[in-house]
Design a protein around this ligand. Structure first.
Ligand code: GTP
Ligand code: MG
Length: 150
């Protein structure tokens, strides 16, 4: 089953939105297989956002992600990478659709509450970067047959 890496950024934690974010992924039917609240080292933040290292906002982004704890999570489910991005909404919250996490709770691009992997390969890289294998639990929720046809 597909997995994605989701991170509640420092603004989401500070604003008391951890439960709100988790509830939305749970209600959708996705399965939580790993979660930890943690302070992020500069090294980890730079590796995570390596693809943006030449962008003008890179320095500020690393400062922000390391400024206060984040909640790192791995969620599992059919098409969870793309569907997770849909739940999260467009990058800039001022134009994210209402009903999405960023659309409902955010205003500005540098404080957009949450990260979600943008492709299956990216998810695999990010999960390996943030979690060790023993930190991830493989389990099948009891309601599986009520979420999926197979
Ligand atoms: P993530 O899930 O966090 O990776 O967001 P994304 O995939 O929707 O956007 P992208 O990967 O392009 O950018 C990564 C993060 O950098 C965004 O979530 C923003 O927090 C930040 N960012 C992107 N573009 C800008 C920008 O123009 N200005 C500022 N201040 N931050 C930006
Ligand atoms: Mg991204």
């Amino acid at each position: 089953m597909e997995r994605t890496f989701i991170m509640i950024k420092p603004d989401g934690v500070q604003r008391g939105l951890i439960g709100e974010v988790i509830a939305r992924f749970e209600r959708k039917g996705f399965t939580l297989v790993g979660m930890k609240l943690m302070a992020v080292s500069r090294e980890l933040a730079e590796k995570h956002y390596d693809v943006h290292k030449d962008k003008p906002f890179f320095g500020g982004l690393v400062e922000f992600i390391t400024s206060s704890p984040v909640v790192a999570m791995v969620w599992e489910g059919e098409n969870v990478v793309a569907s997770g991005r849909t739940l999260i909404g467009a990058t800039n919250p001022i134009s994210s659709a209402p009903g999405t996490i960023r659309g409902d709770f955010g205003i500005t691009i540098g404080r957009n509450l949450i990260h979600g992997s943008d492709a299956v390969e990216t998810a695999q890289r990010e999960i390996a970067l943030w979690f060790t294998e023993p930190e991830l639990a493989s389990w099948t929720p009891a309601n599986h047959g009520w979420l999926y046809e197979d």
